[in-house]
Design a protein around this ligand. Structure first.
Ligand code: GH3
Ligand code: MG
Ligand code: MG
Ligand code: MG
Ligand code: MG
Length: 309
């Protein structure tokens, strides 16, 4: 523990230094207000013992300065030591940022007890800071979990809904095109029936990974829309770009070559419906979803394993 003693009377400084050192603490010393502020900043003491009557300024002003220098979580206890002992002096000391006020002459026993009381508060403050950090981490984790799909780890439906409505509004403000891809695994019921539900889950993880990895821009978001259906939101993208991304996803999944004996394609494939719009003032993002759904429906009916606008 490091204690800053601010005291301009040499004999007092000497005695206080002894008290502090007998407590097992290190004493750092200042004899003026200006020195106190300087040493406070360079030495980062744990506690400050502060005289009120100083040659260049008074202790109240020093306390105010010190409080202004630190951030709330770095609170350093300040104990005034003064020969001014009127109620109003004590009141002023606390108001200026002090935590305690002792009247001179200082008793070694009382000073020791007051310092221990401050140490107790410092410990509590430290625990609180640790707790706050843990809470912050837990909060972030909770946020991440509540936005991601448990099976595949990509964004879930909740995040999708939030994101599409936000991006839709942004696109309307900026008169930009926004594109949506709806991807549905072909003959997936049959895949489950053939290989089992576990293999089905694993397949969905792989499909999610393919879609996720194909997204190029930071603003693109792939989400599990439900069951074996995935959605990708592409802000600032027109139909041509969306077609391109759709084909890229389809080919990347082909390349994975997940066997699907029951499918006429022999492997796991996706049907992808795409839509893109520059939102007008009345339109809703639901319209975009409906348009992509209709395109997906056509992709299924035209034979699956294809991208349809
Ligand atoms: P289509 O080509 O027309 O899309 O046929 P499909 O069999 O893929 O479509 P259907 O809607 O009939 O079946 C979807 C299947 O997806 C049924 C359901 O059990 C399965 N499924 C949905 N969610 C999961 C999941 O989380 N894990 C597994 N293993 N299967 C799932
Ligand atoms: Mg003095
Ligand atoms: Mg489906
Ligand atoms: Mg399907
Ligand atoms: Mg279906």
């Amino acid at each position: 523990m490091k204690i800053l003693i601010v005291e301009d009377t040499r004999s007092n400084l000497l005695v206080l230094t002894q008290y502090v050192e007998r407590l097992g603490a290190t004493a750092v010393k200042a004899e003026t207000g200006a020195q106190a502020i300087e040493i406070f900043q360079s030495e980062h003491p744990d506690i400050v013992l502060l005289d009120v009557v100083l040659p260049d300024t008074d202790g109240f002003a020093v306390a105010q300065r010190l409080r202004g220098l630190e951030r709330a979580e770095n609170w350093t206890p300040i104990i005034f030591l003064s020969s001014l002992g009127k109620d109003e002096d004590i009141e002023r000391g606390i108001a200026s940022g002090g935590d305690d006020y002792l009247h001179k002459p200082i008793s070694e026993v009382v000073l020791g007890a007051k310092i221990r009381a401050m140490q107790r508060i410092i410990q509590m403050r430290t625990s609180l800071v640790v707790l706050a950090r843990k809470l912050d981490t837990a909060n972030q984790e909770l946020k991440r979990l509540s936005a991601s799909d448990g099976l595949t780890g990509i964004a879930n439906r909740r995040l999708f809904d939030e994101y599409i409505s936000r991006e839709w509004r942004r696109a309307r403000r900026t008169s930009n095109s926004i594109a949506l891809l709806m991807c549905d695994v072909d003959h997936f019921k049959l895949f489950n029936d053939t290989y089992g539900h576990q293999a089905g889950d694993d397949c969905l993880r792989q499909v999610a990974g393919v879609i996720q990895r194909t997204m190029e821009r930071a603003s693109d978001v792939a989400a599990r829309y439900g069951g074996e259906e995935f959605a990708a939101i592409l802000p600032e993208t027109a139909i041509g770009g969306a077609l391109f991304v759709g084909e890229k996803i389809r080919h990347a999944l082909h390349a994975l070559n997940i066997p699907h004996a029951g499918s006429p394609h022999g492997r796991v494939t996706l049907s992808i419906g795409i839509a893109a719009q520059v939102p007008d003032t009345e339109g809703l993002h639901d319209d975009l979803i409906k348009a992509a759904d209709r395109a997906l429906y056509r992709a299924k009916h035209e034979g699956r394993d294809r991208v349809v606008r």
